[in-house]
Write a protein that binds this ligand. Structure first.
Ligand code: HEC
Ligand code: HEC
Ligand code: HEC
Ligand code: HEC
Ligand code: HEC
Length: 262
């Protein structure tokens, strides 16, 4: 067969395509991490630290996504959300130098995060447990926990029957481990403003100070939700590759400078 025989060319092209797309796929895999095995994979956390006591304080549903998503009967907030909407009331960020208007309470995606991270709702409290709404006595052979703890602040009221994960994971806990459960409480005055409309601060109204997104996205993956800055603008719950679950590295403040021109 000659080098320019059509069949040989086809084979060469095919071999090239396999190698090239293989490289592309590898590149993708190297970049993106997975929620599986991360701190947002609660079932794996309980399994990994079996005997720590956590198996008594939150249900091990034996699945990853169910702590946040359900295929049916979802809440109407974030995508197929499996948790109830927290009701606060929240104290929102306020500042005399802000251009954007901060709403009285957080919106959509941020409420989804706060359903665990404000400490008012138990971490394993879901609308639909695995097993199609039937009252389960075990999930994949894992028995229900006796208690249902929340990521609550010391002194905060806890859901019943429950307590606070901070009993062990507080900053001054007596246990010989260093995991600190991170809750923001319902007082958001000390947190970066959320649920604000980006265009109220960017070039649309103000000539300087902010980079323009392309639609709802910035090139490095930072996102807006219905035009707003939300928790998930900076965080990617599904990917622990850039701790703590950040959408992009903040080395040299590059996360901040995605939006702010400073
Ligand atoms: C700790 C809570 C949590 C867990 C666990 C979780 N997600 Fe999500 N997921 C979210 C939140 C919050 C959003 C909306 C914010 C966003 O776009 O990232 C979301 C968005 C999504 C979306 C739509 C947006 C997108 O990025 O494609 C899909 C699809 C999704 N999740 C699938 C999954 C699957 C599949 C699993 C299990 C392997 C899972 N999630 C586990 C919280 C979670
Ligand atoms: C089902 C409950 C749940 C939901 C919903 C949830 N988280 Fe978490 N998150 C946890 C738990 C549990 C941990 C591990 C304990 C800790 O480090 O605070 C955690 C840890 C984190 C951490 C710290 C990670 C680290 O490496 O230290 C960040 C950041 C975070 N979550 C952000 C978010 C954001 C943003 C959302 C919404 C987009 C969200 N979480 C939704 C339960 C949840
Ligand atoms: C009885 C004590 C106790 C309670 C209560 C408790 N934990 Fe833990 N947790 C542990 C121990 C021990 C570990 C092992 C890791 C270590 O030593 O830091 C751990 C580890 C973790 C980890 C993994 C940290 C890592 O570095 O991978 C997460 C996430 C976590 N716990 C979340 C929770 C959440 C959410 C709650 C409340 C629903 C909770 N824990 C309640 C004792 C506890
Ligand atoms: C403007 C970007 C941005 C927004 C919006 C944002 N975060 Fe963060 N968050 C960060 C960065 C950056 C860090 C890491 C800070 C550090 O390393 O000290 C962080 C850290 C955290 C941590 C870990 C705290 C700790 O003590 O290590 C949690 C939990 C968290 N964020 C949850 C949330 C939740 C929930 C929301 C929405 C209510 C939110 N974040 C909104 C950028 C953001
Ligand atoms: C997704 C875009 C976005 C990212 C990423 C972001 N910010 Fe912001 N930030 C905003 C917007 C929009 C405002 C509201 C500004 C206004 O209305 O004047 C704001 C407000 C602030 C304010 C309060 C300004 C005031 O007048 O009180 C500070 C400080 C700030 N950001 C710092 C940071 C830091 C530090 C980071 C990185 C950890 C960061 N921001 C990441 C969009 C962002």
């Amino acid at each position: 067969m000659e080098g320019n025989d059509p069949l040989v060319r086809k084979i060469r092209w095919f071999a090239f395509a396999v190698v090239w797309f293989g490289f592309l796929a590898l590149g993708e895999m190297a970049e993106a991490g997975s929620i599986v095995g991360s701190k947002h994979d609660l079932s794996s956390v309980i399994t990994k630290f079996m005997g720590s006591g956590m198996e008594n304080e939150m249900n091990d549903y034996g699945e990853v996504c169910v702590y946040c998503h359900t295929p049916h009967g979802a809440n109407d907030i974030a995508p197929l959300w499996n948790r109830n909407t927290p009701t606060g009331p929240y104290q929102m960020y306020a500042s005399p130098t802000m251009e954007a208007t901060v709403p009285g309470t957080p919106t959509g995606i941020s409420l989804a995060c706060l359903s665990c991270h404000d400490g008012t709702i138990a971490v394993d409290s879901v609308r639909n447990q695995p097993g199609s709404g039937a009252v389960a006595s075990s999930w994949y052979g894992k028995p229900p926990a006796a208690y249902h703890y929340a990521m609550s602040a010391p002194g905060q009221a806890n859901p019943s029957p429950g307590g606070s994960c901070a009993a062990c994971h507080g900053t001054s806990n007596p246990y010989p481990h260093n995991a600190v459960v991170k809750y923001l409480t319902t007082d958001l005055r000390d947190d970066h403003p959320i649920s604000i409309v980006y265009s109220e601060a960017d070039g649309a109204n103000h000539a300087v100070g902010f980079n323009a997104p392309v639609g709802e996205k910035f090139p490095n993956g930072v996102k807006l939700y219905s035009g707003r800055v939300e928790c998930a603008s900076c965080h990617n719950v599904h990917d622990p590759a850039v701790p703590p679950f950040l959408r992009t590295s903040n080395a040299n403040s590059s996360l901040c400078k995605t939006c702010h021109i400073k």
